[in-house]
Design a protein around this ligand. Sequence first.
Ligand SMILES: [Zn+2]
Length: 241
Amino acid sequence: MSQVSIRDQIKKLVQLQTLDYDIYNFKKDLKDKPDFIEQLKTKFEDKKGNLKQLEDKLKTLLLDRKSKEGDLLAKEGEIAKANTQLFSLKTNKEYQAKLLEIEHMKADKSMIEEKILLLFDEIDSINAQIEKEKKIVTEEEKKLLAQKKEVDDSIKDIQERMSKLESERRLISPEVNPAYLSRYERILENKGGIALVPVKGHVCGGCFMNIPEQSINEIKMHDHFVFCEMCARILFLEDDL
Ligand SMILES: [Zn+2]
């Protein structure tokens, strides 16, 4: 490689680097977007959890009420039966005993009725909470959809900008020696989208470590690529191009 050629290659790479830094960050952005949407969805599902809990509780209460209503019917049947038995009893003692039994059954019946009334109250309150929670979930869903749309729009925007940058890149990259290009691209991938950095006042523009005088002289010779010893990026001098 002649001196002119290395200088020329670096110039091309500087042009590429400007594009590639943006492309690298756009790609990273695009990679993060689906995760972000997943996070929003998970948060939303969590918020729906409250509603699910309330609905489960309602189901349990309704079943409980149904079973208590069954108990009530059974108890009423027992009382009716005992009442008819009253007339067939022979002795006063038997009669008094049956009356007492009926009193006990009636007491049981009112206890069941009381429990049913309490269940009605509890079910009303759960229903009110469910209505409230449903409104919250609807609001959250609206928010989620709006956020998702925002993300989708920004994905579209990034993709458009990226494809512009990539077509610009396609105009320049064939002018770089493939071996240099692949080396540059490897560094790009490993070093956060920055493969080529200027040396400014003896400091590497990538890692900010000192660059020895000897390396700076080598850069000026344009004989080969010079790398930062710390961060392994390709170095160049802005006013030397
Ligand atoms: Zn460095």
